[in-house]
Design a protein around this ligand. Structure first.
Ligand SMILES: [Zn+2]
Length: 476
């Protein structure tokens, strides 16, 4: 972050961003009025586009091609679209009117001119090959480089956790997470600290799990489960946490013993920002305890039906729920050009920004945490698209965000794309006072909620992300 070419790089990227913005404007003019969210930031608005199309079409539930439009939109803008085996396989043709609109600056690696050969190529094979990703497969990135092996330590994730606490399940619930955090605490003791950073409308805790030295010089913030139906991401980060704990003393990553890495960098996981929405998406209306909230949710349904935003029966509609328990899309509730989001929307399963920025206890909890200290980096987990969104208009930490993105691209095989939406957590953290370098990672290649069959690939591609980001933080 103290490098001299920072501003040169920022300038070059800004050109790309402007170009993307004009294509965004064009694309937005072409899409139907329903797509209030067309082409926007991927973690939020891009997905909303897909979901609106999905629910509005009357085929809610079986239109993965609608979601694929999300991925293809990203692929369209990316400079490496043709070479990524990941997006290529996941996105298919798409042909969505906003294709290309989500492109933003494309790959920061290519954008920065730092090498013609996109790391995506090597990374795709690394991620795809196996969970153990043989030594040297992604040597160019410095990850899994055989020269990085630490004597006496096993490479992180070279073997599975024996008798794991966190059980992989299609519907990894709030109750499972809360109980697993307790069990992990008793199993691994002082290496884990569990805090409650807030309470949802329906009275569920929002947990923060701190892996490593809480008094470390550097801190990384990783959150998941802010969008309800994307509930495979809480499972993913709980598994990341479990592996970090299990291999704390005997594992290494990128030539660095994990114990030493985690002494210098604490990794804070907020695995489930939106527990009410997730309970609703997983188990339906009965999972909501408050009678008033249940009524508000039914009002959302009536409103979305009357506006033509869904033609699905109630239970199916609820399974596609993305908002919190009051019908607010939490990732459009942060103060990042929030005024530019549609003011016409009512509470809904998706796409409603809320009455004002940070109107919800869940977004407040995350924002308070983000403002509570100086963070070295942040990662926001979403689904789907196999894409990394890393930029925002007015991004004050563009270089660090871009550098991390290049590393994550190389390690996961996901492709980088800019972002053009508003109100998202990452957007806000990149422009706020004391900004935080960061990325949004969109996991999965089919429509949400993701089937269990997606998990293994998502795990293999993302298991090392926390360590990679922590190591980046340690070195910068
Ligand atoms: Zn999302």
């Amino acid at each position: 972050m103290k490098k001299n070419h920072r501003y040169l790089l920022a300038g070059m990227l800004a050109v790309g961003l402007m170009a993307a913005d004009s294509s965004l404007a064009l694309a937005m003019a072409e899409v139907p009025a329903l797509d209030i969210s067309a082409g926007g930031e991927a973690g939020t608005r891009g997905e909303n586009t897909a979901s609106a199309a999905e629910a509005g079409s009357g085929t809610a539930g079986d239109s993965p091609q609608a979601e694929a439009g999300d991925a293809s939109a990203a692929a369209g803008g990316g400079s490496a679209a043709g070479v990524s085996p990941v997006v290529g396989s996941g996105s298919s043709a798409g042909g969505s009117p906003e294709a290309g609109s989500g492109s933003g600056g494309g790959s920061p690696v290519v954008g920065s001119g730092s090498g013609g050969g996109s790391p995506v190529v090597g990374a795709g094979s690394a991620a795809g090959s196996s969970s153990a990703a043989g030594p040297g497969v992604a040597a160019g990135s410095g990850i899994m480089d055989p020269t990085n092996v630490v004597p006496g330590r096993i490479d992180y994730f070279a073997e599975p956790v024996k008798n794991p606490t966190v059980a992989v399940a299609e519907k990894y619930s709030y109750e499972s997470m809360a109980s697993d955090l307790e069990k992990l605490k008793s199993r691994y003791g002082s290496r884990l600290q569990v805090n409650v950073i807030g309470t949802s409308w329906d009275g569920r805790n929002i947990y923060e799990a701190v892996l490593g030295n809480p008094d470390a010089g550097k801190h990384v913030l990783i959150h998941a489960g802010i969008h309800a139906r994307e509930y495979m991401t809480p499972l993913l980060v709980m598994k990341q946490l479990e592996y970090g704990l299990e291999f704390y003393d005997r594992g290494s990553y990128g030539g660095q013993p994990l114990s030493s890495l985690l002494q210098q960098v604490a990794v804070h996981f907020v695995p489930m920002v939106n527990p009410d929405g997730i309970a609703l998406s997983q188990f339906g209306l009965d999972a909501i305890r408050s009678e008033q909230l249940r009524q508000e949710i039914q009002q959302c349904y009536a409103s979305d039906v009357s506006l033509g935003r869904t033609a699905a029966p109630l239970d199916r509609y609820l399974s596609y729920w993305k908002a919190n328990g009051r019908g607010v899309d939490l990732n459009q509730n942060f103060p990042a050009d929030w005024d530019m989001l549609s003011a016409d929307m009512a509470p809904s399963y998706a796409g409603y920004r809320g009455a004002e920025p940070l109107s919800e206890p869940e977004s407040q909890a995350l924002a308070n945490l983000a403002n509570s200290r100086r963070w070295a980096a942040t990662v926001s987990y979403h689904s789907m698209g196999n894409v990394i969104y890393w930029d925002y208009q007015g991004n004050r930490v563009q270089q660090a965000s871009g550098e991390m993105t290049a590393l994550i691209e190389a390690s996961t095989g996901y492709r980088a794309a800019g972002s053009s939406g508003h109100g998202g957590f990452k957007d806000w953290t990149q422009i706020k006072d004391d900004p935080i370098p960061g990325v949004t990672i969109e996991t999965g290649s089919v429509a949400c909620p993701l089937p269990l069959s997606e998990y293994e690939d998502i795990w293999n591609r993302n298991k090392m992300v926390w360590a990679l980001v922590a190591k980046y933080a340690m070195e910068h």
